[in-house]
Design a protein around this ligand. Structure first.
Ligand SMILES: *[C@@H]1O[C@H](CO)[C@@H](O)[C@H](O)[C@H]1NC(C)=O
Ligand SMILES: *[C@@H]1O[C@H](CO)[C@@H](O)[C@H](O)[C@H]1NC(C)=O
Ligand SMILES: [Zn+2]
Ligand SMILES: [Zn+2]
Length: 213
């Protein structure tokens, strides 16, 4: 697969109008990897040919590991844990979570969206967005970030709010921490405010990538 043919994948995977950027990885870094790494070129191929979800997910995880310099073995969650430990050792004051590699679960949905975008670019318009990393929320497509909770339940229970005003301002502790309100919240109970999950009932998004396995 030539570098030229891989550019669509490279652009989508490192962030374009419809996909997220990978924190700390620019286009130049990715291009350099692409030019010098045959395995990375091989991974690209999956995204611009006809592939199954399982293949896309598997190749997406490989691509992410290579991009963040994780070598050629192991998985993302292990790498994330190793990087976390390294950061704790280097600076016990604070670990900035956004500087860690993404989780494997989050990468699944990123990869699906990248595949969808690449396919649309090469003229395959037969794919449904809600099967490839998107879900319908309040009449709009929004990206599925992950299908795992942001942290173990015991920790999430510590973050809760007691807003009387619909949780629509930054004073809502949940919103401030980038979390949706939950059952532990005093007033809204995670169902009645603007920061609650409201998913279109017709889309059973959390089973998206396992339904065919
Ligand atoms: C579009 O992509 C899907 C998923 O890989 C594939 O099954 C289908 O054959 C492709 N359609 C066209 C027209 O290329
Ligand atoms: C540790 O991290 C904090 C917060 O980012 C920073 O202010 C501090 O300078 C760091 N300490 C060292 C020794 O790097
Ligand atoms: Zn609130
Ligand atoms: Zn709320």
């Amino acid at each position: 697969m030539s570098v030229c043919e891989c550019l669509l994948f490279l652009h989508a995977f490192t962030g374009c109008d419809t996909t997220s950027r990978v924190y700390g990885i620019g286009k130049a870094t990715a291009l350099k990897l692409l030019r010098h790494n045959i395995e990375f070129q091989d991974v690209c191929k999956c995204f611009i040919t006809s592939a199954s979800k399982e293949e896309v997910i598997q190749h997406g995880e490989r691509a992410m590991i290579m991009l963040i310099g994780g070598g050629s073995t192991g998985n993302l969650d292990t790498l994330r844990f190793q990087r976390f430990n390294a950061k704790v050792t280097a600076n016990t004051t604070c670990v900035q979570v956004h500087t860690l590699p993404p989780t494997s679960a989050a990468t699944v949905f990123h990869s699906l969206r990248v595949y969808l975008q690449c396919q649309v670019w090469i003229g395959n318009t037969s794919l449904q967005a809600d099967e490839w990393g998107w879900q319908m929320k309040n009449g709009m497509y929004v990206p599925i970030k992950t299908n795992l909770p942001a942290a173990p339940e015991q920790i999430l229970n510590v973050v809760r709010c007691n807003c009387k005003t619909n949780c629509d301002s930054k004073r809502c502790t949940c919103r401030k921490n980038g979390l949706e309100c939950s059952y532990s919240c005093g007033t809204c109970r995670g169902i009645s405010c603007t920061n609650s999950i409201q998913i279109d009932e017709s889309v059973d998004d959390m089973t998206i990538y396992t339904e065919k396995s």
